[in-house]
Design a protein around this ligand. Structure first.
Ligand SMILES: Cc1cc2nc3c(=O)[nH]c(=O)nc-3n(C[C@H](O)[C@H](O)[C@H](O)COP(=O)(O)OP(=O)(O)OC[C@H]3O[C@@H](n4cnc5c(N)ncnc54)[C@H](O)[C@@H]3O)c2cc1C
Length: 336
């Protein structure tokens, strides 16, 4: 299908660069861990392993956790949550909404976490869901629940919108991205609706979540629900024993490697370049080299580097990202 040129190209000159950030995606060999374990006198419900798509699926994995909790207790039992990234915040919100008194303990909260680094586009990537029929069924259940919940939220308040995503020829895409009712099969296109030097191939639509606003609003929700958030880093199971609550939900993501001895947990490093915000109204997706028009910054990605746990952006990757996007758009982005 031929598209008409209706969108602007981004401006990618050096004076528009705000800086670079780096985050570690909390991945896990074998995928999500959502199960209950007895540790001393505590019942710990693990809820982690969201990899490269925690913003996408947190609202879909939380109902599974809620089911496990309902097998343990009724809605009046106080619950402690460890972790205040998107997974901890969404879990706390669901539990407090059901009437549980909730306390969240975290080393870092909301805008200090990996979760705020996410772009975030709604795409189930950077995670192992498994390929057995029951695993595919669980993946679809998670994705449908997450998508429906995000669609039900006030888009302005939570910073959620639907955006078109354009892919150039040769984009490497993971399996299982397109599901009827969620992200429909992409449409083939023979030109982009913006000036660009790359060859166009596909277009699809998905949700886009402006994570700084999204996380701020989730924290506001917790305050109105009477949830207490305390800053604390846990280093041992002995410390967990000192908590008043019997029921603990573990949403510590990468922290589960040392705190709960889970060697399947590993980081996948991602570097992003932040440019001055530009109201483009579309995303470009070329594997992990993507461009997202977040409201606080135009985000240029990136990379997916498994088992690298240095969380500082390096000059070499920043240069690679800028060069990639400048080549993609050509001279129209202000850099010849
Ligand atoms: C560059 C990059 C781009 C991404 N893009 C997207 C995207 O477009 N879409 C998408 O859906 N996802 C994306 N992600 C993935 C997403 O950010 C993660 O899946 C998500 O943030 C995981 O959330 P979480 O709450 O499990 O972990 P985190 O946000 O890491 O939160 C973990 C929490 O646990 C706390 N904690 C850890 N250890 C301890 C301890 N010992 N004691 C106390 N507290 C502890 C931390 O302080 C923190 O509060 C991206 C990630 C990166 C790095």
């Amino acid at each position: 299908m031929t598209t008409t040129m209706t969108r602007p190209a981004p401006q990618l000159t050096d004076d528009k660069v705000l800086g670079a950030v780096c985050g570690l995606r909390p991945c896990r060999h074998g995928g999500l861990r959502i199960e209950t374990e007895t540790i001393g006198s505590k019942r710990v419900v693990h809820h982690y392993g969201h990899g490269g798509c925690g913003v996408t699926i947190a609202f879909g994995t939380t109902p599974i956790v809620m089911d496990l909790i309902s097998q343990e207790t009724d809605n009046s039992e106080p619950v402690t949550i460890l972790g205040a990234g998107v997974v901890g915040l969404v879990t706390a919100r669901a539990l407090a909404s059901q009437g549980h008194p909730v306390t969240v303990y975290a080393d870092k909260v909301g805008k200090e976490t990996t979760s705020v680094i996410a772009g975030a586009i709604w795409l189930p990537v950077g995670i192992e869901f498994g390929s057995r029929p029951e695993e595919i069924q669980r993946r679809d259940q998670i994705l449908h629940a997450a998508f429906a919940e995000l669609k039900s939220l006030d888009p302005k308040k939570y910073g959620i919108e639907t955006l078109e995503v354009f892919e150039p020829k040769g984009t490497q895409t993971e399996e299982g991205l397109f599901t009827p009712g969620l992200i429909e099969e992409p449409e083939l296109i023979d030109s982009f609706p913006f000036p660009c030097d790359a060859i166009a191939e596909r277009r699809f639509s998905t949700l886009y979540i402006h994570t700084p606003r999204f996380l701020r609003t989730l924290i506001d929700d917790l305050k109105s629900l009477g949830v207490t958030i305390k800053q604390h880093r846990f280093t041992s199971h002995k410390e967990l024993e000192s908590l008043d609550d019997r029921l603990i939900i573990n949403c510590t993501a990468l922290g589960s490697r040392s705190l709960f001895g889970d060697d399947a947990v590993y980081p996948a490093r991602g570097v992003l370049v932040h440019m001055q915000p530009q109201d483009l109204g579309y995303c470009v997706h070329d594997g992990y080299k993507y461009m997202f028009p977040r409201e606080d910054a135009l985000i240029l990605g990136g990379c997916f580097q498994p088992d690298r746990d240095d969380d500082r952006p390096d000059e070499e990757m920043v240069r690679e990202i800028l060069d990639h996007h400048r080549r993609f758009f050509g001279s129209v982005c202000g850099v010849s």
